[in-house]
Design a protein around this ligand. Structure first.
Ligand code: AOF
Ligand code: ZN
Length: 378
């Protein structure tokens, strides 16, 4: 069953939007969506089944294609399948999706992009073609590549996609010394920040922020509490207090603490006893390299990390060239001289005019302004 190019693009765009809803939910896997489409008696396209990647560990958990085939039943016979990522060809936690599509009698498979996973890459397409199925690869590809940026980064570069969010005052500060959390952003901006949290696998701060703010770092949008990412603290000396909100709410919402392998073993032991996952990495000249921390996260399956502070961590990520996306929210407030500068001595304006970043969005959130930048492709 084939459709014209515009119809195919439209269904793939719908699949991509559906898949996007799985960001932050299914790591270490990529969030895939699959639509099984056929023609009704009037010759109009109709969706016979849809499926998304199940979160790991869920009952009946499957890849998107198998979930969609289950929904379509015998309606899959002769249908066209739209899938945002190449169907797998390997026996992993589940048998190959390509085989499931072949067995269901699907006639054509339209794919958003090739799976960067070397266990699959190209083999899924080959398997389908060998079975006589008509295959198109690269439909709505740019959007699918953006969707899987984190997964591709984890698989091919052993690091997650990094999103740095900065909330600064009009005069370029992020807080007042010794004052704990200072409200810089409007409530509307905060809701957006919580929405961003929900689409990330992990959220990272430095120990300075953990000590100064005692933050919770959960997603607190109505109905989204279960979408809280893993909370990661960069804490070379394992100083996170046992009575901090982070330690007290773990392991229900996981906390991973990245410390140097020279951290005090008693602290490591006490934090582990609280349910904190302590990850020890080599410390170089008294500090942990950003690259090392990112590799530790990718090794444990994290595909997208949001960096939320503070100033020294933000600067370290920028200096390491490790920021893929950057969002600066400027609140309608002045904190006054002597407050904490956003990037610990690095010029924010220099970052915002750095040609390695492209401005992809800008606007207002209530009284706040925001700028969204993305690292240009190599
Ligand atoms: C698909 N459909 O919905 C997803 C795919 O550990 P496993 O067995 O679940 O395999 C994970 C790999 O499968 C993952 O690294 C990626 O290459 C692919 N993900 N493939 O056909 C899906 N999530
Ligand atoms: Zn699969």
């Amino acid at each position: 069953m084939t459709f014209d190019a515009t119809t195919e693009l439209r269904y793939m765009a719908a699949a991509e939007r559906l898949a996007r809803r799985g960001l932050g939910k299914v790591w270490p896997n990529p969030p895939v969506a699959c639509l099984i489409v056929r023609k009704n008696e009037a010759g109009q396209p109709v969706i016979a089944g849809r499926g998304v990647t199940s979160p790991p560990g869920s009952a009946n958990g499957s890849h998107a294609e198998v979930n969609a085939l289950r929904a379509a039943g015998d309606q899959a016979m002769g249908a066209t399948c739209f899938v945002t990522l190449e169907p797998c060809s390997h026996y992993g936690r589940t048998p190959p999706c390509s085989l499931a599509l072949i067995n269901a009698g699907v006639e054509r498979v339209v794919i958003g992009m090739r799976d960067p996973n070397p266990r699959v890459s190209g083999r899924g397409v080959q398997m389908l073609q060998d079975a006589g199925i008509d295959v198109a690869v690269g439909v709505h590809q740019a959007a699918c590549e953006a969707l899987y940026h984190g997964f591709t980064s984890r698989i091919t570069m052993q690091k997650p996609h990094v999103f740095l969010k900065l909330a600064v005052s009009r005069d370029g500060y992020i807080g007042k010394k010794g004052a704990g959390q200072v409200k810089i952003s409007s409530d509307l901006s905060m809701r957006h920040v919580h929405g961003f949290r929900a689409t990330h696998d992990a959220i990272l701060i430095g120990i300075g922020t953990a000590l100064a703010d005692d933050p919770q770092l959960t997603c607190r949008l109505p109905g989204m509490a279960k979408r809280s990412p893993v909370r990661v603290v960069l804490d070379r000396e394992a100083r996170l207090p046992l009575n901090s909100k982070l330690a007290r709410t773990s392991p229900e919402v996981p906390v991973w603490l990245i410390c140097g392998n020279d951290a005090d073993p008693d602290r490591v032991q006490a934090l582990s006893a609280c349910g904190v996952l302590v990850i020890r990495v080599p410390a170089n000249n008294g500090h942990i390299e950003i690259e090392t921390a990112l590799r530790a996260l990718a090794t444990r399956g994290i595909t997208r990390v949001m960096v939320e502070g503070g100033a020294r961590v933000a600067r370290a990520f920028l200096e390491a060239g490790a920021v893929d996306d950057l969002c600066v929210v400027t609140g309608n407030i002045e904190l006054g001289e002597g407050s904490v500068p956003a990037l610990a001595g690095m010029e924010l304006d220099a970052v915002l005019s750095d040609p390695t970043f492209a401005r992809i969005d800008a606007g207002c959130l209530g009284d706040d302004r925001y700028l969204y930048l993305r690292r240009r492709g190599d």
